[in-house]
Design a protein around this ligand. Structure first.
Ligand SMILES: NC(=O)c1ccc[n+]([C@@H]2O[C@H](COP(=O)([O-])OP(=O)(O)OC[C@H]3O[C@@H](n4cnc5c(N)ncnc54)[C@H](OP(=O)(O)O)[C@@H]3O)[C@@H](O)[C@H]2O)c1
Length: 307
């Protein structure tokens, strides 16, 4: 099968398209024929080892990812595809099932034509109204946004400011906060993304190229930094007394589960949530896809079609 590996940290050119043996599912696994995966900012961080944050966080990441070279050679933390075969003990899925999944807990592997996943993993039947390309872009950003908003205990009628509203996490957070949690959303984004963020459900917009959100008079029950680029002190400045500050880097614990994937599928099928797709690349164009995401300005998600 065709797959993408990297054996050293570095620029997008360290990614190589190679041939590898097709994996065989174990007793409790399904073999998925991957139709689409994505390039997230997380993939580019793991490829380059340019880990944001203080030194101890960078050290911990280096130990997790591999000191001298990457331990996990195939990136791609989310995918959508069709179940091709199943292990003998599998009961939840059968050949032909259209699925979408997170590969975060199984050492990644979306950048490949086939991937084995445990049936008890973060895996669910794909939303019926999405293509494989669209469905691949749901797990990471969707579950992260959902869990952060749940952890913040967002309530109907509350006012929330979402910083970084045009990214993968941000575009899901704006839709979930407005349509599922029924909160009043203020989205912070740049001029080019104002209409997009409004169309996703933000009632108010702050264009960060024109205005400092922390200098405004408005106050919020929750401030969610969905891109991790606002200063916490500035964010806390616009909170009401007793308000909650959420940061995508510290508040998303517990997001990855099959239950959360199924929950997102229901919202998508009910027309309350949709993935925003910026660009699509093929697996052979993986280097260009990483170059684009490296710039830090994608709108929503970048998809890689595999088959
Ligand atoms: N995506 C996932 O699956 C996932 C899962 C867990 C955690 N995370 C973490 O969550 C964070 C965000 O990830 P993401 O995938 O949502 O990022 P992303 O999609 O790569 O973010 C890019 C977006 O952020 C906006 N942006 C860039 N700089 C900004 C700034 N200074 N102020 C406001 N907006 C800015 C950009 O819009 P402009 O160019 O218009 O500014 C662009 O639309 C990352 O740290 C990531 O590691 C992501």
């Amino acid at each position: 099968m065709k797959t993408v590996i990297y054996t050293q940290y570095g620029p997008p050119e360290v990614l190589q398209v190679v041939e590898a043996p097709k994996p065989l599912p174990k007793e409790d696994e399904v073999l998925v024929r991957v139709h689409a995966t994505t390039v997230t900012i997380g993939d580019t961080i793991m490829r380059s080892l340019r880990v944001p944050g203080p030194w101890w966080q960078r050290l911990a990441a280096r130990i997790y990812l591999g000191i001298g070279k990457p331990k996990r050679r195939t990136l791609g933390m989310e995918l959508a595809g069709q179940v091709e075969s199943t292990g003998e003990a599998v009961t939840r899925f059968q050949p032909g099932d259209p699925v979408f999944a997170s590969t975060f807990a199984v050492d990644f592997g979306g950048y490949a034509e086939y991937k084995c996943l445990p049936e008890t993993g973060v895996l669910a039947i794909k939303p019926s109204n999405l293509s494989y390309a669209e469905a691949a872009a749901v797990p990471g950003g969707g579950m992260t946004a959902l869990q952060c908003l749940r952890n913040g205990n967002l309530q109907a009628g509350q006012q929330i400011l979402i910083y970084g509203a045009s990214g993968a996490v941000g575009t899901y957070a704006v839709q979930l906060a407005s349509q599922h949690f029924e909160a009043e959303v203020t989205g912070v984004c740049s001029t080019a993304n104002v209409e997009l963020v409004r169309s996703l459900g933000a009632t108010h917009i702050v264009d960060y190229t024109q205005q400092d959100f922390s200098a405004a008079e408005a106050r919020y029950d929750i401030v969610f930094d969905a891109v991790g680029k606002a200063s916490p002190a500035q964010a806390k400045q616009v909170l009401r007394p007793g308000g909650t500050y959420l940061n995508v880097h510290t508040t998303s614990d517990g997001s990855d589960s099959a239950e959360n994937l199924c929950f997102l599928k229901e919202l998508i099928e009910a027309g309350k949530l949709r993935p925003v797709i910026d660009r699509c690349y093929t697996l052979d164009e993986i280097v260009e896809a990483h170059r684009y995401v490296d710039q830090g300005h994608k709108r929503g998600n970048v998809v890689v079609t595999v088959a």
